[in-house]
Structure formats: C-alpha cells, structure tokens
Write a protein that binds this ligand. Structure first.
Ligand SMILES: Cc1cc2nc3c(=O)[nH]c(=O)nc-3n(C[C@H](O)[C@H](O)[C@H](O)COP(=O)(O)OP(=O)(O)OC[C@H]3O[C@@H](n4cnc5c(N)ncnc54)[C@H](O)[C@@H]3O)c2cc1C
Length: 452
C-alpha cells in the first residue's frame, strides 16, 4: 500500500470545521444548568434540557464537535465496548444492563438523526466482530454466547454468510446499529443545538470549576458562569480540574486512515455485500468500513497514552499509518496497491474498568465518560439520560449500570505506556503465529460454516 502522499489532518477526515463558530463568553452570567464540553455527550445533554424547557448554557473550548465526536470511525455500535469476555468475568451481573444500554443508545442516535433530519449517510447495516484467525473465531463464538445470554441481538456466520470480505474467516454481526459519517452527524447535532434556546459559547475553555455559596462557578478567560447544576462532558480532557475524580479515565490517542477512492468493480469483488463495519478481535482492534465515497476508512491497532494536560493537538505518526497500511494489505490483498489518502486521530477516554461511567459529585455536579471507543452511540444517549435525571430528580434505569456511587476509581495499571506496548506486542505475536493472511485463505476454503 502506498503511504508516500498522505495528508495528515489535525481535525477530522470527515468534515471541515464549521464556518459559523460562535463567539466566546465575554462577561459574567447566571443560569440554571451549565454544560462543559460540546461533543456529542455535552450537546445531547444541552439539547435535551432545552427540549424539556430548561435554561442552559453550554461552554466549549474550541467549537462544538471539535473532539472525538467528529473524528471517529462512524461505526454506531449496538453492543458494549471493551473486552467482553473479561467484562463478563468481572461484572457478569451487569452484562444485561450494559447490553440494553448499548442497544438503546444506538436506537437513540437513529432517532436523533430522524428527529433533526440530519444528513449523515447513515446505513443501518450493523457492525461485525470479524475474525482473522481460528483463535479469533473461537473468541467471537464465546462473545456471541455472552451477548445472547445477556439479551443482545447478534448473528454468527462465515464471511459469505455475513457478507463481509473473504480476507476474514467469519464473525458475529451486532444487528443493531450501523455506519455513518460522524462529522456530518456531529455538526448536524450542533446545528440543532444552535437553533434551540441553549446559550452556546464556543472558543470558551473552562479553566476552573468550584463551588460557591450553593452554586457552581465556572471560570473562563473572559467571564464566569454561576449555575445551580453543572454537567462535565469533556471526555478525554476530564483530568484537568481538581473537582474531577482521580483516575476517572486515561486519555488515549487513536488514529484512522482513509484510502483513495477505489474502483467500484474492485470493491464489489471483495464480497462485502452487507457493507457492515468490521472490528477484528485483537486485544487492540483494527477497524475497517466502507464509505459512500468508495473509500475504506481503517484504523486503531495502537493506543498511545496521553500524559500531560492540556492534551496536545496531534497528527498521526507516519510510522503508525504505515503499520495500519500494512495490516490493510494483509486483510485486503487484492487492494494492496491502493494508496492511503488521508489520516487523522483523536483523544478518547478509557476508564479503569473499561465500563462507561457517569456519576455525581455532591448534589450539583454531574459527569459522564461514556466512551471506551463506543461513545458515538453511548455519549449522546448517556448525555440525554443525565438531562432527564437532572430534570426529574430520578435516575433513568439505563443509567444504573454505569452509575458511580462513590467517585473513586482504581489506578489503570494496563494503560501505562509499557502495558499498552505489551498488549500491542502480544497482538503482533499472535498475528505472526496465525500467519493471518495464509490462514485466512486456507481457513475460508476449509470452512463451510464454522458455527454449526
Ligand atoms: C479515531 C477515533 C475512532 C473512534 N471510532 C469510534 C467508532 O467507530 N464508534 C464509536 O462508538 N466510538 C468511536 N470513537 C469514540 C467516540 O468518538 C467518542 O467516544 C465520543 O465521540 C465521545 O464523545 P464526547 O462528547 O464524550 O467527547 P468529545 O467529542 O471528545 O467532546 C469533548 C469536548 O469537550 C471539549 N472540552 C474539553 N475540555 C474543555 C474545557 N476545559 N472547557 C470547554 N470545553 C472543553 C472539547 O473541546 C470537546 O469538544 C472513536 C474515537 C476516535 C478518536
């Protein structure tokens, strides 16, 4: 694969920044509820609060949609994120709640798209856990059993049965969810928010959150906001204030790349008839998806830990893009000559338990970190549930599973740079053993249906 002419973006490969960025807060004001962070999480909280007739101010450091919400792979998941075998081992009783949350979250986003008429190229084609080796097939089968037991809607099959490329042995489709252009979706939610009664201040970074006389005071460079309640929806940037619980999450940089447009006949020859998005079953996944511009977006494979705040603006490391391209050529040998056209990345938040988290500090500050790489569906859903909690004073049932009663979190041991490098090395070791390319071809020929 050619990687000599890649355009590296500091924002997203999906859309350009909005042309109508709102002015910064200048002066002091009061409101009933203030939301910090204008990603899908914060915007959905604010939008829902306005729908329910509340006075809302949203403060965003750059512009709404500047974070990972506009940068992700656009795979709207219908199942929880993380290592589901491990989560099932540690939190078995929570699995039904997590599965319900994940499916409801995907449907919530589908409703948002419809309600606000957002043109984001959404295709309700589901996403597949795709296996590149016999070992990964076994893992997929075990995960499918876990999800089914917990009430999830999934189907197993060979690559032919699932309509996914023949470079994969088979897998499991999450029936709920699909694919979209996440940049168009996020800017669509931003448009809906700007058209609502919410007072939105962009280019307004909150530098301090403090309690004062029964109110919460948010400090920004050119003014303060006094609010009765505050929602912190700053995702990977959550570690910036004293008020934020320690070890709530670890900021991790992940990257995506996109090919040049590919001839339709060559794409058709892949056998990717379902168009479902794909995630491999490595400990650190690879993801692949088609786009309406006849390209393939692919990424992750390496997690890079952020260690200093504020988190730096980054472009992907060319060595990582070359590694992703090499993996692409292994999974899609027939497209090994296609060039990578662009690459970008963003900061996600990984929680120590790998579970999404939402909670409350005292009676006036709420927060959510609904990410772990699955926030395209979960961040907006959890955001709107937080709004309902604030308005009704009663926690919606879907929040129970991720609610942190005590804001105390264990130190995330595996998320050190060394830990992440070790996980990456285990994946590469397994890839080598499996000789995934050869194995995939041989395996596909041998198997009619590995599931029966
Ligand atoms: C490359 C990549 C691929 C991904 N792929 C997928 C995928 O396919 N499917 C999926 O479900 N998820 C995916 N994710 C994860 C998903 O994008 C996130 O979980 C989700 O967008 C989180 O939304 P959010 O609103 O919590 O955070 P963000 O979108 O990051 O928003 C946080 C906002 O807070 C603002 N902010 C931060 N600090 C301050 C401050 N002090 N004052 C004011 N504003 C502040 C930021 O500027 C930002 O706009 C991916 C993420 C990345 C980066």
């Amino acid at each position: 694969m050619k990687t000599g002419n890649v355009s590296y973006a500091t924002f997203s490969g999906w859309v350009d920044p909005p042309a109508d960025v709102r002015p910064a807060l200048a002066g002091d004001l009061s409101c009933r509820i203030a939301v910090v962070g204008g990603g899908l999480g914060g915007m959905s909280t604010a939008l829902r609060l306005t729908e329910r007739g509340h006075d809302v101010v949203l403060l965003e450091g750059e512009f709404c949609g500047h974070g990972s919400s506009s940068r992700n792979a656009g795979q709207l998941a219908g199942a929880p994120g993380g290592d589901l075998q491990l989560l099932n081992l540690l939190f078995r009783r929570k699995m039904p709640g997590m599965v319900r949350l994940a499916e409801h979250a995907a449907h919530h986003v589908e409703d948002l798209i419809k309600t606000h008429g957002i043109d984001c190229d959404y295709e309700p084609v589901g996403n597949c856990f795709a296996a590149v080796s016999r070992g990964q097939l076994g893992r997929v089968r075990r995960v499918a059993r876990i999800l089914e037991r917990a009430g999830g809607h999934v189907e197993l099959g060979t690559s032919e049965e699932l309509g996914i490329p023949r470079g994969f042995l088979g897998g499991m489709r999450e029936v709920v969810g699909g694919m979209m252009n996440p940049g168009k979706f996020t800017l669509g939610v931003r448009r809906a928010l700007l058209a609502s009664s919410a007072r939105v201040f962009e280019q307004t970074k909150v530098t301090d959150v403090a309690r004062d006389d029964g109110r919460v005071v948010l400090t920004t460079p050119h003014g303060r906001v006094r609010a009765e309640k505050v929602v912190l929806a700053t995702n990977a940037f959550a570690g910036e204030w004293d008020i934020t619980p320690k070890h709530l999450s670890v900021p991790i940089w992940v990257a995506e790349a996109e090919t040049e447009p590919i001839d339709r006949d060559r794409l058709a020859a892949l056998g990717w008839t379902s168009r479902s998005g794909l995630v491999t079953q490595h400990a650190i996944m690879e993801n692949y998806r088609l786009t309406p511009r006849n390209t393939i977006v692919f990424g992750v494979r390496r997690l890079e830990r952020g260690t200093t705040y504020p988190l730096p603006r980054k472009t992907p490391d060319p060595a990582l893009v070359a590694e992703l391209a090499e993996a692409f050529a292994t999974r899609f040998p027939a497209l090994a000559d296609v060039a990578v056209e662009r690459a970008w990345g963003g900061w996600i938040a990984i929680t120590p338990t790998m579970l999404p988290v939402a909670g409350q500090i005292g009676d006036s500050v709420f927060y959510s970190i609904a990410c772990n790489g699955h926030g395209l569906a979960q961040a907006p859903y959890v955001g709107s549930l937080l709004a309902d909690l604030i308005v009704d004073g009663k926690r919606p049932a879907d929040l129970d599973v991720l609610w942190a009663r005590e804001p105390k979190f264990p130190r995330p041991m595996m998320m050190s740079r060394l830990g992440l490098r070790a996980i990456w090395a285990i994946d590469r070791f397994n890839d080598r053993i499996n000789g995934s390319r050869r194995n995939a071809r041989r395996g596909a020929a041998q198997l009619t249906s590995p599931w029966r």
